[in-house]
Design a protein around this ligand. Structure first.
Ligand code: COA
Length: 181
């Protein structure tokens, strides 16, 4: 894997969104768009309710991680519309030639085909700039919208991991998707 020292800005072909690194000052928009039980239920580590303190701690953690490790362990892009954070996509668990992808989008912006385009852009960046050979993602079996996003972005369904996640007192099966180069 190639060490990335600075994340680039990337934008949609029609400029309807821009991907950029998170910045101090994104807290309020982050809370506005992530504070949804429907998002927290589907993404493993998002608390609900999500407070400004959560956002402050999160941005601090990302800044510390960046200062210490650059982007060797994770790379988080803010998805912005009119320079307001409305979602996020990240490479997490970066491990040599492979990385996991994780994402969410504020409810107001869902259903417009934004995330498949975001995912295609970020996967392309992962292959061409970071040198990844495999990018993979999990979704809960009960999250067909996310499975559709992965399929629309060219990922292949590889199988079901039974009882992969424990959340809210129950075990959940997850579906593994990946794209390779
Ligand atoms: C999942 C998510 C990222 C989708 O992003 P998006 O930009 O809204 O995606 P799209 O606009 O392409 O719509 C999703 C696709 O799923 C389909 N879909 C939505 N709900 C569905 C359902 N219940 N059953 C089947 N398909 C469904 C839509 O029809 C669309 O497919 P189409 O374009 O072929 O019609 C977004 O809804 C989200 O952030 N959800 C909460 C967090 C989350 O689930 N993150 C992923 C965790 S793995």
């Amino acid at each position: 894997m190639i060490l990335i020292k600075k994340l680039p800005n990337m934008s949609a072909r029609d400029k309807r969104f821009v991907l950029r690194p998170f910045e101090q000052g994104d807290e309020i928009a982050l809370v506005r768009h992530i504070n949804s039980s429907r998002i927290a239920e589907r993404v493993s580590n998002i608390p609900h309710p999500y407070t400004e303190k959560h956002a402050q701690d999160w941005l601090l953690r990302l800044a510390e991680e960046r200062d210490k490790f650059h982007y060797a362990r994770r790379m988080d892009f803010a998805i912005t519309v009119s320079d307001e954070v409305v979602g996020s996509i990240a490479f997490i668990n970066i491990d040599g030639h492979k990385a996991q992808i994780s994402y969410w989008l504020g409810e107001e912006f869902q259903g417009r085909g934004i995330m498949p385009e975001v995912l295609r852009l970020v996967a392309e960046f992962g292959f061409t700039v970071c040198g990844f050979k495999r990018i993979w993602g999990y979704t809960w079996e009960t999250n067909p919208a996310s499975q559709r996003v992965l399929e629309k972005a060219g990922f292949t369904r590889e199988g079901v991991h039974r009882k992969e996640w424990y959340k809210n007192g129950a075990y959940h099966d997850s579906v593994m998707y990946a794209i390779v180069q």
